[in-house]
Design a protein around this ligand. Structure first.
Ligand code: NZQ
Ligand code: ZN
Length: 388
């Protein structure tokens, strides 16, 4: 196990009707609030009214940044920065999924920064301060509710890049699983794949002697596999939604499964290049890419893939070579994704081979990606080609 430091400052307020605590949670931070949300789901579900009533209850002045796109755009973030500066916003509240939360984080970082907020995404500047933010999560997927990361799309340049900082951890996140009852089937599928992919990025590691982190990973995967099927069958199954939500938060908060372990993140890097050009949902892109990444790298550390196959998918290794067991685990991953309705090929989105070179090149723009196996441009291209 590697040496590490761990601190996660986000307060989680979990359970039904926790939105009713919003006023008291916001109050210590400010009186002029930027409310950030997407293209309407929170209005349809009545959540918007509940949020406003809480903010009005503490006498807050509320500004709004609506219509944040899935794969949030830099132009929208800049709009939020402008509103925040004009009205001297002192707290940002994101109500939505990962896209809304990420846009809110980018606004929070951009307001006190004199340069272009995109600088943070292209490693030209580091976030040194940010406006405090809080979230109400409506979709179990990204973990953005309890981490310091955000991903922004620069549509004009067809680039999708991340920024991250300890300053961007939400002060609090309200996690009410009942708010996810209305998440459509396809987004429930995408979220499920995303959560599992976050675990993969940390589980398939070269770091030795980390049995606790590995078992945490396996328990998250098993929990997600079990509960995704239930939530898809019965969207208002509280236990299923609650377990998916908590699994999503635990899968990407820099904590239990991440510390002391070298992480990979190559598959995310590859997926972001696909989304940057084709604007496909993040989880759907991961469903296509991840099993192909597995096939490309499993020989690097066969024992980890054997463990995965046996412990997560219950593959019986008797009479099989390690390679056969590992491949059976990878096949089970693909079969599970397909069973819940996830896509398996880029062709499912009408994507052909036109931009493979460009995507591969952009993926390694800052150098090779991944640590389980370092991937250069050609390796990325091979995985993309396998994904066609
Ligand atoms: O826009 P609205 O109307 O809210 O509709 C959204 C959106 O259309 C809808 N939705 C969300 N909650 C709902 C709901 N519809 C009905 N009922 C509800 N309760 O779902 C659609 C997708 O939402 P989005 O926020 O885009 O999904 P997700 O949470 O999967 O976020 C994806 C974004 O997060 C980034 C991805 O790259 C992508 O841009 N990621 C962020 C990470 C992070 N910050 O740590 C890590 C991830 O790996 C990921 O890269
Ligand atoms: Zn992800």
């Amino acid at each position: 196990m590697n040496a590490f430091q761990f601190q996660n400052p986000t307060k989680i307020v979990f359970g039904p009707d926790t939105v009713e605590k919003l006023g008291e949670l916001v109050q210590p931070f400010g009186k002029t609030v930027l409310l950030v949300y997407g293209s309407g789901s929170i209005k349809r579900t009545g959540l918007y009214d509940r949020v406003l009533s809480q903010l009005n209850g503490i006498g807050a002045k509320v500004l709004e940044l609506p219509n944040v796109e899935p794969n949030p755009r830099l132009t929208t973030v800049k709009k939020g920065i402008e509103i925040s500066r004009t009205h001297k916003v002192d707290f940002i509240l994101a109500v939505g999924g990962g896209s809304v939360i990420d846009a809110a984080k980018a606004v929070a970082a951009g307001v006190p920064y004199e340069g272009d907020v995109w600088d943070f995404c292209i490693r030209k500047a580091v976030v040194r301060e940010a406006i405090p933010l809080g979230t109400i999560l409506t979709l179990a997927a990204t973990g953005s509710e309890m981490n310091g990361n955000a991903v922004v799309s620069n549509w004009e340049e067809q680039q999708k890049r991340g920024l991250g900082s300890p300053h961007l951890y939400p002060k609090f996140s309200i996690l009410d699983p009942t708010l996810t009852y209305t998440v459509p089937q396809d987004q429930t599928v995408n979220g499920t794949v995303d959560i599992m992919s976050h675990v993969f990025e940390q589980y398939f590691s070269r770091t030795a002697d980390t049995p606790l982190q590995e078992r945490f990973c396996e328990s998250i995967l098993l929990t997600v596999i079990e509960n995704a099927a239930k939530a898809l069958a019965v969207p208002d199954d509280y236990a299923a939604r609650a377990n998916l939500m908590w699994a999503g938060t635990m899968a990407l908060n820099g904590g239990l499964i991440s510390v002391g372990v070298q992480n990979d993140w190559a598959s995310h890097g590859i997926e972001h290049e696909i989304s940057a050009i084709y604007d496909i949902p993040h989880g759907a892109g991961l469903a296509v890419v991840f099993p192909n990444w597995m096939k490309a790298v499993f020989q690097e550390r066969l024992d980890r893939f054997v463990q995965y196959a046996v412990r997560v998918w219950g593959i019986d290794p008797t009479g099989k070579t390690d390679e056969e067991t590992a491949l059976a685990g990878i096949a089970a991953t693909r079969a599970f994704f397909t069973s819940i309705g996830a896509p398996s090929r880029l062709a499912d989105f009408g994507i052909g081979s036109e931009h493979l070179d460009r995507m591969a090149e952009e993926a390694v723009r800052f150098g090779s990606i991944g640590s389980f196996k370092k991937l250069e441009k050609q390796d990325v291209r091979d995985i993309l080609e396998l994904s066609l």
